[in-house]
Design a protein around this ligand. Structure first.
Ligand code: GDP
Ligand code: IMO
Ligand code: MG
Length: 429
């Protein structure tokens, strides 16, 4: 039995949290490998709802949970989340939560920069979550970031803060933001360091040993392929690689450790923030999808944009992510539609195109080509077995499989953990 890597196959919020929590039962370790607290993963168990941003979704099942080096971590946000999780009865101690010592910190100055840039951009804004994700990754790649290992070395920290502020000072001045001094940043860090330090460990060693011991690892992706900094709708993307290929680098394990690649895909399409969205619906159908699917961002509360299922996009996601099987979520949201539409490809300036071109203007100019498919009046909500599904719903799933070129191995029919239908166990593949 191998490991499993879970990634989003559209623009995020596909239900990764629900699926990872469900799969965590079969795993020993859950590890996050990119993103930060821009992610919002919802897990519903009975009458309890857990909203996780930085904590790996394995914490709900009490599994060893690792925040890998590829994640950018706002330590204040992390501590708040740990407090919240504890108040909901979860055990989140250094025994089960590991924070990679080579992960990058998000500081208040990163949030300032993210928000100031967005405010300045006006109509050209990206629609970020305002959490400082982009600026923190920029500092990491710019080799001036503070990492968790630095918290234990006050002298090195001083030099690093000065170096960081040499860069941010100029930016802040240009953007009209108030000055931040090295002493201010040092105070902020010294205030939070004792609280996070017990979790800080060489995560790569712990994971490497777990893999050698034959323990099963679940790699938890945040965001999704179309938000990937290389493969998404650039520049309307997040600042990390979200594809399965990132799992190894962002956790500190070999590429073979990722195992089976499972893509999470909603039965329709949503996106939050700005950027191209070929199948977006501005009519009452889009509104109905949003209302039935409760499509409001977990992190920012913004309404999500909604549209029909785009098989061309998912096909592309499957190829660039090496997705071997798909989990189709929120099928129940489509209950009661007389007819449904699936986008099978596009036209661009009158010519057929079957993928998302890399250029932004081309992406924005795509006209979807739809295929109509019969809806169903019975309910799929809460279905736990394939035979409980109306025939038309089965047909919809089968057609999606044909169009995307990958099997649907799990189906989700409500937010609840157990309202899940398994056709194939991804850990057995
Ligand atoms: P994530 O970011 O991919 O983990 O997804 P989010 O948690 O941000 O958004 C997915 C939303 O859909 C959450 O509110 C889930 O509780 C909910 N959800 C997940 N699966 C299903 C499903 O099969 N049906 C319905 N109706 N809701 C679902
Ligand atoms: P989960 O893991 C949906 C979007 C933002 C914005 C763009 C850049 O819950 O699926 P950022 O703050 O990352 O610089 O914002 O990316 N975005 C998400 N959209 N789900 C997410 O995560 C997202 N994380 C970032 O809305 O358009
Ligand atoms: Mg989400």
């Amino acid at each position: 039995m191998g490991n499993v890597t879970v990634i989003g196959g559209q623009w995020g919020d596909e239900g990764k949290g629900k699926v990872i929590d469900w799969l965590a039962n079969r795993a020993d370790v859950v590890v996050r490998f990119q993103g930060g607290n821009n992610a919002g993963h919802t897990i519903v168990v009975g009458d309890k709802t857990y909203k996780l941003s930085l904590l790996p979704s394995g914490v709900v099942q009490g599994k060893l949970s690792v925040i890998g080096n590829g994640v950018v971590v706002d330590p204040w946000s992390l501590m708040d989340e740990i407090d919240r999780a504890r108040s909901q009865g979860l055990e989140v101690s250094p025994d089960i939560l590991i924070l990679a010592d080579n992960a990058t910190l998000i500081l208040p100055l990163h949030r300032d920069l993210d928000q100031a840039r967005e405010a300045r951009a006006g109509a050209g804004k990206i629609g970020t979550t305002g959490r400082g994700i982009g600026p923190a990754y920029e500092d990491k790649v710019g080799r001036r970031a503070i990492r968790f290992a630095d918290l234990a070395d006050r002298e090195a920290l001083e030099t690093k803060i000065e170096r960081l502020l040499a860069h941010h000072g100029a930016l802040r001045l240009g953007l009209g933001l108030p000055e931040v001094t090295p002493a201010m940043v040092m105070d902020q860090i010294l205030e939070i360091a004792p609280r996070v330090s017990p979790y800080v460990k060489p995560a790569w060693r712990i994971l490497g040993q777990a893999i050698r011991d034959g323990r099963r690892v679940l790699f938890e992706g945040a965001q999704a392929t179309l938000l990937d900094v290389d493969h998404g709708t650039y520049p309307y993307v997040t600042s990390s690689n979200t594809v399965a290929g990132q799992a190894a680098a962002g956790a500190g394990v070999g590429p073979q450790a990722g195992g089976y690649v499972l893509g999470i895909v909603k039965a329709y399409t949503t996106r939050v923030g700005e950027g191209p969205f070929p199948t977006e619906l501005h009519d009452e159908v889009g509104q109905r999808l949003g209302e039935r699917g409760h499509e409001f961002g977990t992190v920012t509360g913004r309404p999500r944009r909604c549209g029909w299922f785009d098989a061309a996009l998912v096909r592309q996601s499957i190829m660039v992510g090496g997705i071997q099987g798909v989990v189709l979520t929120k099928l129940d949201v489509l209950d009661g539609f007389k007819t449904l539409k699936i986008c099978t490809g596009y036209t661009l300036r009158g010519e057929p195109v079957d993928y998302l071109p890399a250029g932004l203007r081309d992406q924005a100019g795509l006209e979807p080509v739809y295929e109509e498919i019969e809806g169903w009046s019975d309910t799929t909500a809460g279905a736990r077995s394939w035979k409980d599904l109306p025939a038309a719903a089965v047909k919809y799933v089968r057609r999606i499989e044909e169009l995307i070129g990958a099997p649907v191995v799990l189906l989700s029919t409500s937010p609840q953990r157990d309202d899940t239908i398994m056709m194939r166990d991804p850990f057995q593949d």
